[in-house]
Design a protein around this ligand. Structure first.
Ligand SMILES: [Zn+2]
Length: 396
């Protein structure tokens, strides 16, 4: 490596490269200050070098598969010729303390953005705990600031597992951009209230959520003007889950008459996508299981409600759906109807705003990926930084 090339590679303009030598696991570049004279910071008069205390060796660059380039810089004390003030010279990128330059620290932090701490630690020889400290010192400075953005009209509220079955977090996400603005712990009333109160914008026009108990009421308590919309996929899921349970009770027929791969497909695929012979099979299945048919018909009927274009049409059709199924002798059907009656206002609000939680899918997948990369024990605060850093960024 030529010294000129090395100087550019090193990128520390306050220094000249005096020499470079290979060592075990990399190189050491010995640097000398480019300037010969320094001005007193107190009186602006010239100064002279008072002492050259020692040299410091700092990690500066990590070159993949090659090693680490260290820089060796002098510690120099200056004395003012006029006021006798003494001080240590300092240079950009060279912290007063520690064994790495800020270039090195940033380079390693950037690696942690896409890789696990364990892997980066193995590659660069920096301890995992140090990596974690560096990363979480830096990451919050990269997050978007609410002051730079417009308040979202619509927000989504959904939960995500921090530890499956044990700990759940919830997040408030801009419906349009998908950016997560706020996260909190759990869905208890007090927890949700705290989350909504700490939301960094004025309350949105509408919020879309799942059907957690007390959800609509809790939102109203904090955001009295905001309309609550229950997520259409969660609504349909109530029925498809019941349908799936009914299918499992209908296995005697299914195993005798149908191929295994058909069981689910016949029931779950949109009827329009089934072939004629499949529809016949389904019809025949239903002649042996009226409960299954009732659930199936109720599911398709509610799906049709969701396709209606206006609020008025949907309201009438939903009322007709309730009348048709609420006293069904099939308790699996009437149970779902009973639940949805309680959510009528929020269900029909969908037709005013047409918003769903679909945007959160991306975030939920991201969270799964982040958890797979496993950054130690899930901690909401750190997880939030990761989520906010990596989720869809808000538009200005
Ligand atoms: Zn001075």
């Amino acid at each position: 490596m030529s010294l000129k090339f090395t100087r550019e590679l090193i990128g520390l303009s306050s220094f000249d490269v005096k020499s470079i030598e290979s060592i075990e696991g990399g190189w050491v570049a010995t640097l000398t200050p480019a300037l010969q004279s320094y001005i007193c910071p107190l009186c602006c008069k010239p100064s002279t070098t008072h002492a050259r205390v020692k040299d410091r060796r700092l990690k500066h660059l990590w070159i993949p598969e090659r090693g680490i380039l260290f820089v060796q810089v002098p510690v120099i004390r200056q004395r003012c010729n006029d006021c006798c003030h003494t001080w240590s010279l300092s240079w950009p990128q060279i912290p007063q303390r520690g064994k790495v330059t800020s270039t090195f620290r940033q380079l390693v932090v950037n690696l942690c953005d896409q890789k696990t701490f364990a892997l980066v630690s193995k590659e660069t020889g920096v301890a995992e705990s140090t990596l974690s400290t560096w990363f979480y010192d830096w990451a919050p400075t990269q997050l978007p600031h609410p002051e730079d953005h417009q308040a979202p009209d619509y927000v989504c509220l959904d939960e995500f597992a921090l530890r499956k079955g044990h700990q759940y977090g919830v997040c408030l996400q801009d419906h349009e951009t998908g950016h997560v603005w706020k996260t909190g712990m759990g869905k208890k009333r007090e927890e949700l209230q705290a989350l909504l109160r700490s939301y960094p914008f004025s309350p949105p026009t509408a919020i879309v959520t799942d059907m957690a108990p007390g959800m609509a009421k809790t939102v109203k308590e904090v955001w009295s003007e905001t309309a609550v919309v229950i997520d259409k996929f969660h609504v349909i899921q109530l029925l498809t889950q019941a349908l799936d349970r009914a299918r499992k009770h209908s296995m005697t027929y299914a195993t005798q008459h149908l191929a295994i791969r058909q069981h689910k497909r016949l029931l779950m695929a949109p009827p329009a996508t089934l072939k004629e012979e499949e529809r016949e099979k389904l019809a025949h299945w239903f002649t042996h299981d009226w409960r299954l048919e009732e659930l199936y018909q109720a599911t398709q009927a509610l799906r049709r409600v969701y396709h209606l274009p206006t609020y008025q049409q949907a309201k009438q059709a939903f009322q007709a759906w309730v009348n048709r199924y609420q006293f069904s002798p099939n308790s699996a059907v009437s149970k779902v109807v009973k639940t949805l009656i309680q959510w009528e206002e929020e269900l029909l609000n969908y037709f005013h705003y047409k918003i769903t939680n679909a945007k959160l899918e991306g975030t939920n997948n991201l969270i799964k990926t982040l958890k797979r990369r496993s950054y130690g024990t899930p901690c909401l605060e750190k997880m939030t930084v990761r989520i906010r850093l990596e989720c869809q960024q808000p538009s200005k």
